[in-house]
Design a protein around this ligand. Structure first.
Ligand SMILES: [Zn+2]
Length: 224
C-alpha cells in the first residue's frame, strides 16, 4: 500500500529568492535598527500666534539618530517656537527638556548592527541658519519695552511726570515729556482714576481723559 507521500509531485525547486531581510531588532533604533538605544522623547514647539503645534518623536533612538532628531527639533523650536504669548514660555521649557535627552545621547556609544545607515546628524544647531531664531524672544521683549518707552500718551503719566499740552482748547494733545526739556509745562501733582475726579483748581490745571482704554484725571502744577 502506497504511502501518501509517494503520490506527491516533487516539490518544485524555488527560484532564487533575495535574501530575506533581517528581522528588525525590537531593541534597535527605530530609524536605523542599530544598537545600543535609549528610549526617550524628543520634542519641538511651534507657536503661531493663535495656534500652537507640539511636536514629539517618541521611541528608541541610537546615538546618531537621537542627535539628528534633537538637532532638527531644536532648530525648529528656536526658529518657530516663540510666536505667541504662551509659546514664549513653552519654547524654553521644550528646549530644556530636550537638553536632557541630548546629554544622554551624547554619552552613548555609536550605533552598530543597524539595518540601514543612521540619520545624518548634520550640522550642530549653533551652525544652522534657524539658530538665529534664538534671538527672537529678545527682539520681541525689546520691541515691547521700546514701544512702552516711546508711548508718551497722557495715560502713561504718573505723579511727578512732566507734561506738554498742545493742540487746541477743544482738542488738547497731552504728552509726557522729559522734565528737563523746554517743552515741559506742567508737573503731574495728582492722578485720579475716572474722569469725574476734580482737582483743586485754585492750585492746579486739570486734564481729564475718558472714553478710551481708561478714564483718568491729572492735576497739573504749572512749571515756572
Ligand atoms: Zn539610529
Amino acid at each position: 500500500m502506497a504511502t501518501p507521500q509517494q503520490n506527491i509531485e516533487p516539490y518544485p525547486v524555488p527560484a532564487a529568492q533575495p535574501a530575506p531581510a533581517p528581522l528588525p531588532n525590537p531593541q534597535g533604533c527605530q530609524f536605523c535598527g542599530g544598537t545600543p538605544t535609549l528610549k526617550t522623547t524628543v520634542r519641538g514647539h511651534q507657536g503661531m500666534v493663535i495656534i500652537m503645534r507640539f511636536l514629539k518623536v517618541r521611541g528608541l533612538f541610537c546615538r546618531t539618530c537621537g542627535i539628528a532628531v534633537h538637532r532638527e527639533m531644536t532648530t525648529k523650536t528656536l526658529w518657530q517656537g516663540w510666536w505667541g504669548i504662551a509659546s514664549l514660555v513653552i519654547a524654553p521649557i521644550t528646549l530644556v527638556i530636550n537638553l536632557v535627552a541630548r546629554v544622554r545621547f551624547g554619552r552613548m556609544t555609536p550605533p552598530a548592527n543597524g539595518m540601514r545607515p543612521p540619520l545624518d546628524p548634520g550640522k550642530p544647531v549653533i551652525r544652522r541658519a534657524g539658530a538665529i531664531g534664538v534671538l527672537a524672544p529678545f527682539l520681541i521683549v525689546g520691541a515691547v519695552a521700546l514701544g512702552a518707552e516711546l508711548d508718551d500718551s497722557a495715560d502713561t503719566a504718573e505723579v511727578g511726570a512732566c507734561m506738554h499740552i498742545g493742540g487746541t482748547e477743544n482738542a488738547p494733545e497731552a504728552n509726557v515729556v522729559d522734565c528737563g526739556s523746554a517743552e515741559a509745562q506742567f508737573k503731574v501733582a495728582e492722578r485720579h482714576e475716572g474722569s469725574d475726579a476734580h482737582c483743586d483748581r485754585t492750585v492746579y490745571s486739570e486734564y481729564a481723559e475718558y472714553g478710551g482704554r481708561e478714564s483718568f484725571t491729572l492735576c497739573l502744577a504749572p512749571l515756572p
